[in-house]
Write a protein that binds this ligand. Sequence first.
Ligand SMILES: C[S@@+](CC[C@H](N)C(=O)[O-])C[C@H]1O[C@@H](n2cnc3c(N)ncnc32)[C@H](O)[C@@H]1O
Ligand SMILES: [Zn+2]
Length: 293
Amino acid sequence: MSKVSKKVTSATYVQKVQSIFQCPICKESMYVSDLKSLVCSNHHSFDFTKQGYINLYTQQVKTKYNKALFEARRKVIVEGEFFTPLTEAITKIIQKHTVAQENLNLIDTGCGEGSHLVTVGEALRSHKSVTGVGIDLAKEGILVAAKHYPNYIWCVADLANTPFKDNHFDVILNILSPSNYAEFGRLLTKEGFVVKVVPQQKYLQELRGEFLAESAQQEYSNRDVVDRFQEEFQLVDRSRITYTKNLDQAMLEALVTMTPLTWRSTEKEKKAFLQKESAEITVDVDILIGRNN
Ligand SMILES: C[S@@+](CC[C@H](N)C(=O)[O-])C[C@H]1O[C@@H](n2cnc3c(N)ncnc32)[C@H](O)[C@@H]1O
Ligand SMILES: [Zn+2]
């Protein structure tokens, strides 16, 4: 597919669901203009890029989440299938809570390079019609997502000020990312729910042991995060997913690059860790399901 047609394909797709958008500046309704941009009634205009995503974030932002990190995340998620048991569990939970629904509006807030949204979205599409939206503040993540996954809407946007109208999303994914519960509550439909994934004690414990040995972070507890979630939402489901995966050296290298856990480590420390030919790495997370109170 040529780059021009990617832009037009994406604009055509967004046009069909343009009524869910609201201007991030003035909150007015938006529409797709000339299959080129998303415009509000006050003429705030946001162009579709040649890759097909839309940048709806109004400030310049440079985060530590860069291209190398998202490409490494993609390698670990797609090639390494590192999170497959997690996305399977998420899909089952969503299916269980939306059996009667034929149409689903699904948004991933802090979607990174987009693979989790697409894995869950495609599995759900065998049962229902799904409009899938991924937003992230890091343009580098959205770029990777738009490059690999058509049939989804990719936006650079702040999860604390999303460019969407009230009560239009049935499911909000929020996987290993920051949250804004007031905004999530605003976006949810009456029966809608948030799926929040938070690390549990043993999450990437092999990295924590190696890279955070002296730090308090080694003794990770998610209790405060879970308590905060329960203050804002009615907790209707909670499950813990724990497993290990054997990663080879190339995959371990990608793992070290993909996680903020190694941001404070030296190259020497990383090299020492990567001496191993392979290692068992633990995923240990809680999946929290919350509805508006
Ligand atoms: C650890 S990554 C997780 C990414 C993805 N959910 C995954 O599991 O692969 C956290 C993500 O949150 C994004 N993020 C942080 N603050 C954000 C904000 N205010 N709005 C949108 N995304 C944000 C980062 O850019 C990053 O992609
Ligand atoms: Zn506007």
